[in-house]
Unconditional design. Structure first.
Length: 470
C-alpha cells in the first residue's frame, strides 16, 4: 500500500520529466521541419507542440488532483485529471485539422520542395527513443496510481513513436523517388502527414470516450454487474434497489440503496451495511462507499413479525406476544415496556396509538390487550447479595416437583428498597423445546411465590445440561 505523500511525489516527478522531454523534442522538430520543408516533420512538430501543452496541463493537474477533500470540494479534486485529459483531446483534434488541411493543399494545389537531411532523421529517431522511454515511465506510474491524466500522456507518447515512424518512412520514400526519378513518390511526405493525422484522430477518439465518460460520471464497464454479484452474497439483504458509481481522478465513489427486513434492529442494519461496503471494496479497493438501508416487509412475515414491525417503527419494545384464535377471531395479548417516568395518561395514549397502528397494518386482528410494564431508568440501591439456607432448601424442594429440571443452583437473595429479589440457575435437557422451558420457568416462579410470599421478583436462568457451569 502506498502513502499519499509518495504517490504525489512519484506522479509529479514523472510528469515533470515528461514536460522537459516534450519541450526539447518540440524545439528540435520545429528547427528541422523548417530547414527541410517537410510537412511530415512539421506535423510532428505541431503534434509535439500540443504534447508540450498537454504535458504542462498534466503537470499542473497532478499537483492539484491529489489534494484532499475540503468543504468546497467534498469529493476531492480528482476531476481535474479527467478535465486535463479532456483538454488534451481537444488539442489533438486541432492538430488533426491543421495537418489534414496542409496535406490536402500540398497534394492538390501547390507542391512544396522537400529536402530530407541527416538532421531530420537523427531528430526523428531520437524523438522515438525519448517517446518510448517516457511512455513506459508514464504508463507505469499511471497504472500504479490509476491516474487518467498520466495515462493520457502515456498514450500520447506511445502513438508518437508510430507517427514518427510514418514520417521517417515518408522522408525515405521522397529520398528514394528523387534518387531514382520516381515523381509520384514526391507526394509521400503529405501522405505520411495524413497517416499521422489518422493516428492522432484514433488516439483522440480513445481519449475522448474515456474522459467524457469520467466527466459525465459514467459507470466503468462491467463494474456495476460485479458489484451486484458481490453484494447479493451478503447475508440479510432482501434486495439491492440501486447502485451508482462515479469516478473522480483515481478515486471511486459508490452509492447503494439496499432493502432489509423491517424487523431488523438498527445495530444489525449497521452490520449489514458494513458487509455491503466490504463487498463493494472487493471490486473497487479503497472506494468511498455510502449504503442507504430501506426497511421492507419480508416475503414470509408471520403475524408476530408484523406486530413487532409496527412496534419497532414507533420505537416501542413489545415482548411476550401471544395470539389466540377464538372461534375464528384473532385476539392479541402483548407486554409493552414504557419509561417508568411517564404518567398513566401518557402511557395509555402511547398504547392506544400502538394498538391503532397494529390494527391498521394487521387488519385480521379482532382485539388487542396490552399489558403495560415500566421500563427502569434508574439504578436501584440494594443490600449485598447473601445466601439464605432456609429459603434455598424450600426452593429446591419445589424444583423436585418438576421432572424437566435436573437441578437448581447459584441461588441468590437480594434486598432492594425493602423488597426481596431471588435468582437462581436451573438445568434442563439440551433438546427440550424453548416453549416448554418458558412454561416450566413460569410455573416455578408461581410456586416459589406461593411457598415464600415475601418474594417480590423471581428470576430463573435456564442452562442446557452440556453447559452446566456449577
Amino acid at each position: 500500500m502506498y502513502s499519499p505523500k509518495s504517490m504525489r511525489a512519484e506522479k509529479r516527478a514523472v510528469a515533470g520529466s515528461s514536460l522537459l522531454a516534450a519541450l526539447a523534442m518540440t524545439f528540435f522538430k520545429i528547427i528541422v521541419g523548417i530547414t527541410t520543408g517537410s510537412l511530415g516533420i512539421l506535423s510532428e512538430a505541431a503534434h509535439s507542440g500540443l504534447d508540450l501543452i498537454a504535458a504542462i496541463i498534466t503537470f499542473l493537474s497532478v499537483r492539484v488532483s491529489d489534494k484532499p477533500a475540503d468543504a468546497d470540494h467534498q469529493y476531492g479534486h480528482g476531476k481535474i485529471e479527467n478535465f486535463s485529459a479532456f483538454l488534451e483531446t481537444g488539442l489533438l483534434l486541432l492538430t488533426c485539422v491543421w495537418i489534414i488541411y496542409e496535406a490536402v493543399q500540398r497534394l492538390f494545389f501547390h507542391h512544396v520542395h522537400i529536402e530530407p537531411s541527416l538532421a531530420a532523421f537523427v531528430v526523428l529517431v531520437a524523438s522515438m527513443i525519448v517517446d518510448y522511454w517516457r511512455s513506459r515511465a508514464l504508463g507505469r506510474i499511471a497504472a500504479k496510481y490509476d491516474s487518467q491524466a498520466l495515462e493520457a500522456d502515456a498514450l500520447h507518447f506511445s502513438t508518437d513513436i508510430w507517427s514518427s515512424s510514418v514520417v521517417v518512412l515518408g522522408l525515405l520514400l521522397v529520398l528514394l523517388g528523387r534518387t531514382y526519378g520516381i515523381d509520384w513518390l514526391q507526394d509521400a511526405d503529405p501522405v505520411a502527414a495524413l497517416a499521422v493525422a489518422g493516428i492522432v484522430v484514433y488516439v483522440s477518439w480513445r481519449l475522448a470516450r474515456k474522459t467524457i465518460d469520467a466527466l459525465l460520471d459514467a459507470a466503468p464497464l462491467g463494474v456495476r454487474a460485479q458489484i451486484l454479484d458481490a453484494v447479493a452474497k451478503v447475508e440479510g439483504l432482501l434486495e439491492v434497489d440501486r447502485v451508482r458509481i462515479r469516478r473522480a481522478g483515481n478515486r471511486y465513489f459508490a452509492d447503494l440503496s439496499v432493502a432489509l427486513a423491517r424487523s431488523v434492529t438498527f445495530q444489525r442494519a449497521e452490520q449489514v451495511s458494513d458487509a455491503v461496503t466490504a463487498a463493494v471494496r472487493r471490486v473497487l479497493p479503497d472506494a468511498d462507499v455510502v449504503v442507504h438501508s430501506v426497511p421492507r416487509p419480508a416475503d414470509r412475515e408471520n403475524i408476530f413479525d408484523r406486530i413487532r414491525a409496527v412496534a419497532t417503527r414507533h420505537n416501542f419494545n413489545v415482548h411476550d406476544v401471544s395470539v389466540q384464535n377464538l372461534k375464528g377471531h384473532l385476539h392479541v395479548e402483548q407486554h409493552l415496556e414504557l419509561d417508568e417516568r411517564l404518567s398513566m395518561k401518557d402511557a395509555h395514549d402511547r398504547v392506544t396509538l400502538l394498538e391503532s397502528e397494529i390494527r391498521k397494518d394487521v387488519p385480521e386482528i379482532s382485539s388487542i390487550l396490552t399489558h403495560i410494564e415500566s421500563e427502569p431508568s434508574t439504578i436501584e440501591p440494594g443490600d449485598e447479595v447473601r445466601r439464605d439456607a432456609e429459603l434455598e432448601r424450600k426452593l429446591k424442594a419445589i424444583v423436585s416437583e418438576f421432572p424437566e429440571v435436573h437441578d437448581v443452583h447459584d441461588v441468590e437473595v437480594k434486598h432492594v428498597r425493602g423488597r426481596v429479589y431471588v435468582s437462581c440457575h436451573c438445568t434442563f435437557s439440551d433438546d427440550l423445546p424453548l416453549s416448554r422451558v418458558h412454561d416450566v420457568q413460569t410455573d416455578l416462579e408461581i410456586r416459589f411465590k406461593q411457598a415464600a410470599p415475601e418474594l417480590f421478583r423471581v428470576l430463573i436462568h435456564p442452562e442446557p445440561s452440556t453447559d452446566n457451569r456449577r
